[in-house]
Ligand binder design. Structure first.
Ligand code: NAD
Length: 496
C-alpha cells in the first residue's frame, strides 16, 4: 500500500488537484511507498495567498510570543526526534543514528532562533543632533520560500524556517519530491507548538512549483539548497524577479593530508566524512589530497577500514551505510567509477562488486587512487560513496589544486603543525574550513555557506546572516516637540 503525500496549507493537509504525482521509494528495498502530489502554479498561488494573510498577523506577534512557539517547537522536535528520524531513514535511506544527527543539527537552529528577542535588537543613537534620536529596526519581509534538497530532508528546512518564522515571516517550503514526508512531520509539530495556521506551509512539487515561487510577486525572498546548476538558475531567475535570493549549490570537498598528520585520526575522519550517508552530503569529503610520502600509508589505512563498514538497510541496528537515493543515481555514481578506471585511476576498493543487498539502491564503498584533476571522477560532484586520492608533492601543489576547483563549500587539513594549519586557513579559497575536523559544518550561531559555485548570492545560511536575510532594516530619525513648549504645563524644565 502506498501513502498519498499531500500539501500542508492553512494549517492542514490539502490533497493536490493537479492529477500529477511522483513516486516515493524506500531506497533500502526499492519499493514504492508513497505518491507525492505535484503542485500546479495555481496551487502554489493558493498556498502563497494563505501565507500572505498569515504573515500580516504574525508580524504583529510579540517577540516573546514567537519565542514561546519556538521553545515549544524545540521541545516537541526533541521529544519526537526518533519518529522523525524513522521517516527520514524510510525515504532517504541514511542510517537511523545519522538521521538523528541531522535532526540534532537542525534543532540547534531552532534553539538559536528562540533567542529572537536578543537577535532583533537594534542600535540607538541618542542626540544625533539636538533633540534628534536615530535608531534602526529590522522588520520581516512577508512571505519567504525555501526550496530544499533530498539529502537533509529535516535539517535543511530547519536551517531556514526557524529563523524565517522567528523574524516574523510566513515560510513556504517546497521540499524535495524524493523524500517529502519529513516536511509534513515538521508542519504538524509547528501547529502543535502553537504556530498560527498559514505561517508554515508545505507545497510539494517539481520544476512547475519552483518556477511558480520564483516569479510570484508576493514571495519576497527565496532560500535554496541543492545542486549547482539549479542554484544558479534559482539565483538568476529569482533576482530577475526582484527577490532576495540565497542559493547554495554543490560541492567537491578536499582533505589535505600533510606528512606529519596523525594517520589514524585522519583515516578515521576521512572514512566517516567520505562514506557517511553514502557520500550524499554537501560537506562529504570526496577527495583526499595526500602530500609527499603520506600517500601509501593513507591509502592503506583507508582501505583497511572500508571492509568493516556494514552496508545495508539504515533502519537495521548496526548498519553503517545505507543505500543511495534512487536507482538512477546509484547507476550514475557507479558510472563515475567506470570512467575513473578507464581514465587511469587505480580502483583500490571496488563498490561495484561489493556484496550489498540487491533489492535497494546500494553501492559499496569505493576508493580510487592516483586520481588526477583531468578525470571526470575528480571534476564532477559524484555525490556517492566514492573517495578519490590525489597524490601531490608539496603543500603548495595541494593548495593550488583546491583553489583551482570550481566548488568551494568545505575543506579540511590534517596536520600536527599549528603554523601550517593557520597558513592553510589564510590561503585556502573555501567557505568552511576544518582543522583536523573533517566536516566543518558551523554551529548555529555562525553561518553556513561556501564560496564560488557552491553559493550564489552574498548571504550565507542560518545564524546571524540568516537573521539578516529574513529581515530588512529601517532607520528612524526622530524629533519630539520640546515638552516645555507644550500647551499643557507638564512641569518640565527647559530642554537641555
Ligand atoms: P537538486 O538541485 O536536484 O534539487 C534541489 C531542489 O530543487 C529540489 O527541491 C528539487 O525539486 C528542485 N529542482 C530540481 N530540479 C529543478 C529544476 N530544473 N527547476 C527548478 N527546481 C528544481 O538537488 P538534490 O539532488 O535534491 O540534492 C543534492 C545536491 O544538493 C548536491 O549537489 C549537494 O551538494 C547539494 N547540497 C548542497 C548543500 C549546501 O549547503 N551547499 C547542502 C545540501 C545539498
Amino acid at each position: 500500500m502506498t501513502t498519498r503525500i499531500s500539501h500542508w496549507i492553512d494549517g492542514r493537509t490539502q490533497a493536490g488537484t493537479s492529477g500529477r504525482t511522483a513516486p516515493v521509494h524506500n531506497p533500502a528495498t526499492g519499493a514504492v511507498t508513497g505518491e507525492v502530489d505535484l503542485a500546479t502554479t495555481a496551487e502554489v498561488g493558493a498556498a502563497v495567498a494563505s501565507a500572505k494573510t498569515a504573515a500580516q498577523a504574525w508580524r504583529s506577534s510579540s517577540l516573546s510570543q514567537r519565542s514561546a512557539v519556538l521553545f515549544a517547537f524545540r521541545h516537541l522536535l526533541h521529544e519526537r526526534a526518533d519518529d522523525l528520524a524513522a521517516i527520514v531513514t524510510a525515504e532517504h535511506g541514511k542510517v537511523h543514528a545519522d538521521a538523528l544527527g541531522e535532526i540534532a543539527r537542525g534543532l540547534e537552529n531552532v534553539e538559536f532562533a528562540a533567542g529572537v528577542p536578543q537577535l532583533l535588537k537594534g542600535g540607538f543613537s541618542e542626540q544625533a543632533a539636538t533633540g534628534v534620536d536615530v535608531y534602526n529596526i529590522r522588520q520581516p519581509l512577508g512571505v519567504v520560500a525555501g526550496i530544499t534538497p533530498f539529502n537533509f530532508p529535516a535539517m535543511v528546512p530547519l536551517w531556514m524556517c526557524a529563523n524565517a518564522i522567528a523574524c516574523g515571516n510566513a515560510f513556504v517550503l517546497k521540499p524535495s519530491e524524493k523524500d517529502p514526508s519529513a516536511a509534513l512531520f515538521l508542519a504538524e509539530l509547528w501547529k502543535e507548538a502553537g504556530l498560527p495556521d498559514g505561517v508554515f506551509t508545505v507545497v510539494h512539487g517539481d520544476k512547475e512549483a519552483v518556477d511558480a515561487l520564483l516569479v510570484h510577486p508576493d514571495v519576497a525572498a527565496l532560500s535554496f539548497v541543492g545542486s549547482t546548476p539549479i542554484a544558479k538558475y534559482i539565483y538568476e531567475t529569482g533576482t530577475a524577479h526582484g527577490k532576495r535570493v540565497q542559493a547554495l549549490g554543490g560541492a567537491k570537498n578536499h582533505a589535505l593530508v600533510l606528512p606529519d598528520a596523525d594517520l589514524d585520526v585522519a583515516a578515521d575522519a576521512i572514512v566517516s566524512a567520505a562514506y557517511g550517508a553514502a557520500g550524499e552530503r554537501c560537506m562529504a569529503l570526496s577527495v583526499a589530497v595526500a602530500v609527499g610520502d603520506v600517500a601509501d600509508a593513507l591509502v592503506d589505512a583507508i582501505a583497511l577500514r572500508l571492509p568493516k563498514l556494514v552496508v545495508g538497510d539504515g533502519s537495521e541496528p548496526g548498519t553503517d551505510m545505507g543505500p543511495l537515493i534512487t536507482r538512477e543515481h546509484r547507476d550514475k555514481v557507479a558510472s563515475y567509477v567506470d570512467a575513473g578506471e578507464a581514465q587511469g585511476a587505480t580502483v583500490v576498493v571496488d563498490g561495484r562488486t561489493a556484496d550489498v543487498p540487491q533489492d535497494g539502491f546500494f553501492l559499496g564503498t569505493t576508493l580510487l587512487d592516483n586520481v588526477t584533476s583531468e578525470m571526470t571522477c575528480y571534476r564532477d560532484e559524484i555525490f556517492g560513496p566514492v573517495l578519490g586520492v590525489v597524490r601531490v608533492e608539496t603543500y603548495d601543489e595541494g593548495l593550488a589544486l583546491i583553489n583551482a576547483n570550481q566548488y568551494a563549500n568545505g575543506t579540511a587539513i590534517f596536520t600536527r603543525d599549528g603554523g601550517a594549519a593557520r597558513q592553510f586557513q589564510f590561503d585556502v579559497e573555501v567557505g568552511m574550513v576544518g582543522i583536523n575536523v573533517p566536516i566543518p559544518v558551523p554551529v548555529a550561531y555562525y553561518s553556513f555557506g561556501g564560496w564560488k559555485d557552491s553559493l550564489f548570492g552574498d548571504t550565507h545560511m542560518y545564524g546571524p546572516e540568516g537573521i539578516n536575510f529574513y529581515t530588512r532594516g529601517k532607520v528612524v530619525t526622530s524629533r519630539w516637540p520640546d515638552p516645555a513648549t507644550s500647551s499643557v504645563d507638564l512641569g518640565f524644565p527647559r530642554t537641555r
